[in-house]
Design a protein around this ligand. Sequence first.
Ligand code: ATP
Ligand code: MG
Length: 296
Amino acid sequence: MHTQPQAQARASQPARGGEALPGTGSAPGAAGGPAAPSAPAVPPPIEIHDMTVAYHHKPVLWDIDLVLPEGKLIGIVGPNGAGKSTLFKAILGLVPLASGWVRVYGERYQPRRGLIGYVPQRETVDWDFPVDVLDVVLMGSYGRLGWFRRPGRREREQAYEALRQVGIEGLARRQISQLSGGQQQRVFLARALCQQARIYLMDEPFASVDAATERAIIAILHELRRRGCTVVVIHHDLQTVAETFDWLVLLNMRVIAAGPTSEVMTDENLARTYGGRLNLLSRVAELVARQPAHGG
Ligand SMILES: Nc1ncnc2c1ncn2[C@@H]1O[C@H](COP(=O)(O)OP(=O)(O)OP(=O)(O)O)[C@@H](O)[C@H]1O
Ligand SMILES: [Mg+2]
């Protein structure tokens, strides 16, 4: 049996086998006063403690402490090379940690892997791999089936439903090498939907998509949140951050700030995240605007 993604299942039972962790408040008699006798706290979807990640001994993420809340649409924002994709890879156990730990609903990632749907950054995928769209989307169901059961009719129906949701059901039998960038993006979204996960990690799903696709993706994000999923999205467009996300993490090798978007989106935090470059850019824009419109 596998996990139920529904909010109902979550509300009525704490994460199975979740060990008591520091800071989750789930341990009876934890420091800070008497524990409530009922309603044990469910560990957060993602908790990261004191985590450092290095490539070839050069740290790219430093001392990350982060607790992501459940059921929110969460944006991860920071400049190129800030370590955003690496943060996802660390959560997924795809890169080794130099120190610290990551917990998914209070446990290590491996036993929880079926709970996370991952949409990778598009440029990092080998699109020449000879599979068609339906095959890629069906991969989403492998976690539920285990490796030795092949997807059957039910899974195929779910895959088609996911393709309909992202508006590309007509492309099911197309080789993935023959898709446009926006269509490729939708294939990975459909695969993640098929997975029926509780947590979604999406690495720049809005990169190089048109306005219609962007609206379709936003509708899917809202639908996932409505189902009680926790959706974490790496995002580059600062203009749309406030209207898109409930919660925000500003990242640049370290967590600069994390919390409700309205509290985190301050000029000071953004300047710290982008190393003052934002200020500089807006100063330049101001000066340019004041220049009389002639050369020399
Ligand atoms: N496999 C790797 N080996 C060595 N260094 C790497 C590797 N992957 C990423 N890096 C380096 O780690 C740093 C963080 O990279 P990461 O891809 O996490 O950044 P990012 O915030 O996702 O950037 P972008 O916005 O450009 O996608 C960068 O300096 C990058 O060059
Ligand atoms: Mg990246």
